[in-house]
Design a protein around this ligand. Structure first.
Ligand SMILES: C[S@@+](CC[C@H](N)C(=O)[O-])C[C@H]1O[C@@H](n2cnc3c(N)ncnc32)[C@H](O)[C@@H]1O
Length: 354
C-alpha cells in the first residue's frame, strides 16, 4: 500500500517503508509504481491524483479469497510487529493479535487516523492495510475516541499475564477490539466483562463481540458497585487514582492495570497486584501512556499534582501501592487513602504466574 504524506504527496520514504504492502501483480500497477519511484527518486513530488488513488485501490484484489488471504497476511505481520514493539515475552500475545480482525471494529472505511499530538487525517480509501498499522484509528474523531495503539496494548496485556479460564473486567471497551484480544487470551473457558459508558459504542461492541460466548458487554460505567469478582481488571481510560471498586473486585493474586495520569496529559500504565493480606500491594509502571479520561475518576487538583509528579521523574522506581494512610519517605505520590512507594511490598507470596 502506498501512502500520501501529511501534505497529500507521495514521498520516497513512505514508499520505501510501505512497499512490502504492494502485492498486486497487475501490469498497470507495476508500470505505475516504477514510474512513481523514478519520479520520486528524481526529486519530483507526486500529488494524490485520481490515477494515484486508482493505482492504490488496484492493490486490493477483487477475488474475495485473495482479499481474505491478503488481509490475513497483513494481520500476521501487524501482530508480529506490535508484539515485538511491545517487548511481549508470551508468544500468545502475537497469536491473539493474529487471530482478531480489526475491520469489523473499525467499521467501513475510509478511516480517520490520528497523527501523534496532531490532527486526524483521512485514509484515501478503504484498503485494510491502513488498519494494520500501529497507529490510532478513530472510533469517534469528534470526541477523540480511538482504537488504541496496538504496540502499547501488546506490552500491557503481556504484563497483565492473562491465563486460560480467567475472568477479566475490561473498562473502556470502545467498539471491542481489545476485548476480543483479551477473550482470545483467556480462551473459551474464560470470561470477559466489557464496560463501555457510551451507549452507541457499547452497542457497536455488543455487535462486534456477539460471536464470543464468554464476553458480556455492559453499557454502563466500569466504576462503582456491582462489578463482578475478577482475576484481572484492564482499564483503557485515564484516572488520577485507582477506583476502590477495581481494587475490591480483584481476587487474591489478581492484577489491575490502568493509565495513571491527569486528564488530557500523559502518564504511565500502572500494574497493581492484590496481595493475600496487608496494605502493601506490589505495583510497578509498565509503559508511558496517554488515554482519554475515565468518567467519574477525575479531579483537577489531584491531576495537577500528578502531572507535577510525572514531570519530576522517578516514577520508574515505584514498587508498591499502599492502602494505609501513612505515606513515608519512600512515597512517590499520595492520593486519598492510597499512595505509591518506591519500597517493594513485603508480601513475597504473590507472583504473576504465566
Ligand atoms: C481510549 S477509548 C478506548 C477504546 C478501546 N479500548 C480501544 O482501544 O479500542 C476509552 C473508552 O473509555 C470509555 N470510558 C470512559 N470512561 C468510562 C467509564 N467510567 N466506564 C466505562 N467506559 C468509560 C470511553 O467512552 C471510550 O470509549
Amino acid at each position: 500500500m502506498l501512502y500520501p504524506d501529511n501534505a497529500g504527496k507521495m514521498s520516497w520514504n513512505r514508499l520505501h517503508q510501505e512497499a512490502h504492502f504492494l502485492p498486486c501483480r497487475r501490469p498497470s500497477t507495476i508500470r505505475w509504481a516504477v514510474e512513481f519511484v523514478n519520479r520520486v527518486q528524481a526529486g519530483q513530488t507526486v500529488p494524490m491524483t485520481s490515477r494515484t488513488k486508482a493505482a492504490a485501490r488496484a492493490t486490493q484484489p477483487d477475488d474475495p479469497a485473495a482479499a481474505a488471504d491478503r488481509a490475513a497476511r497483513l494481520r500476521g505481520f501487524f501482530a508480529c510487529y506490535v508484539a515485538t514493539k511491545g517487548g511481549a515475552t508470551d508468544p500468545r500475545i502475537e497469536q491473539a493479535f493474529t487471530a482478531v480482525p480489526r475491520e469489523p471494529v473499525a467499521g467501513p472505511g475510509p478511516w480517520q487516523i490520528r497523527v501523534p499530538d496532531g490532527p486526524y487525517i483521512p485514509t484515501p480509501d478503504d484498503d485494510p492495510a491502513y488498519l494494520y498499522q500501529d497507529w490510532l484509528v478513530a472510533l469517534d474523531a469528534a470526541r477523540g475516541i480511538n482504537i488504541g495503539e496496538a504496540g502499547l496494548h501488546a506490552r500491557c496485556l503481556d504484563a497483565l499475564a492473562l491465563r486460560d479460564g480467567e475472568e477479566v473486567l475490561h473498562v473502556g471497551a470502545g467498539a471491542g477490539y481489545y476485548t476480543a484480544v483479551i477473550a482470545h487470551l483467556v480462551g473459551p473457558s474464560g470470561r470477559v466483562h466489557a464496560f463501555e459508558i457510551d451507549a452507541e459504542l457499547a452497542e457497536r461492541a455488543r455487535r462486534n463481540l456477539a460471536h464470543l460466548p464468554g464476553v458480556h458487554v455492559h453499557a454502563r460505567s466500569g466504576i462503582g458497585d456491582g462489578l463482578p469478582p475478577a482475576d484481572a481488571v484492564y482499564v483503557n481510560a485515564s484516572a488520577v487514582g485507582p477506583s476502590w471498586s477495581w481494587l475490591d473486585a480483584l481476587r487474591t493474586g489478581g492484577r489491575l492495570m490502568f493509565p495513571l495520569h491527569a486528564p488530557g496529559g500523559y502518564g504511565a500504565m500502572l500494574r497493581v497486584t492484590r496481595p493475600s493480606h496487608g496494605p502493601a500491594w506490589p505495583a510497578t509502571f509498565v509503559s508511558t501512556a496517554g488515554f482519554i479520561a475515565c468518567e467519574g475518576l477525575q479531579d483537577q487538583a489531584a491531576g495537577r499534582r500528578l502531572a507535577a509528579a510525572f514531570a519530576g521523574g522517578g516514577w520508574q522506581e515505584v514498587r508498591s501501592l499502599r492502602t494505609d494512610d501513612a505515606p513515608d519517605g519512600t512515597c512517590w505520590f499520595a492520593g486519598e487513602g492510597w499512595w505509591l512507594s518506591t519500597e517493594a511490598a513485603d508480601d513475597g507470596t504473590i507472583r504473576v504466574r504465566r
